[in-house]
Design a protein around this ligand. Sequence first.
Ligand SMILES: [Zn+2]
Length: 264
Amino acid sequence: MSGIDTPLGLWDSHGLGGYELGAGNLAEDSRGRWYINICATPKVKPMQQLQLFNDTVGVDLGLKDFAATSDGAVIETQQVYRALEEKLGIAQRANKKARVKAIHAKIANRRKDFHHKLSRKLVHSYAAIFIGNVNASALAKTRMAKSVLDAGWSQFRTQVRYKSDDAGNWFDEVNEAFSTVTCSACGARSGPGGLKELRIREWTCPDCGAKHHRDVNSGKNIAAAGRRRLEAGILVLWGGEDVNLMHSLARRQQTRPHPTSCYG
Ligand SMILES: [Zn+2]
């Protein structure tokens, strides 16, 4: 750089290692802080970066299990607060108001903690996360059950969203219509659908013979829908100047642990 004889040390807080650095200049602001303005071009070409779409996951939220992922992980609803719900019923029937309130708070805390842990694992494991936009109205039998489910799912989505934002990852909700009935292998609408068939957990596609876990199949369809959306978005981005997304995907790809070790 002109005017400076010794090399400058940089704290690379923006992950500039993934870029070819071009010409630049230094500037000082009114408070005496120095900035470097530099032209950065991503080292990886767009076609290579498209492979990063393998680093996405689709998450199906459900009633039977809390969630299932397109990679085949099935995450059970935590039994810890299931047990508390029984105690809550007993306290309610005995009309012990203070105890009911205390148990409610305990359940809420444990649920939140569970959502935090799971969302952290997901964001740590994948560069792009897509969650189905399920709501409980078609699934739950009572208004109470519906509101509890919706609140839980929305809390979980919010946590995944803000952790993704913090990590520079991609997060999106996708329309999950037909995600359960569509075979993720061949695209036929051959799967179990409707409330009556909610009990069917595993099925074989009559069209292509693929064997499916109901919710994992749904997760795969959600991941595919997310990828299509991401691809469409990236093509637009590459026409412009916003490379932040692709860069963050590249960085996550290098640092993430193996996802299958994350669920217990
Ligand atoms: Zn099929």
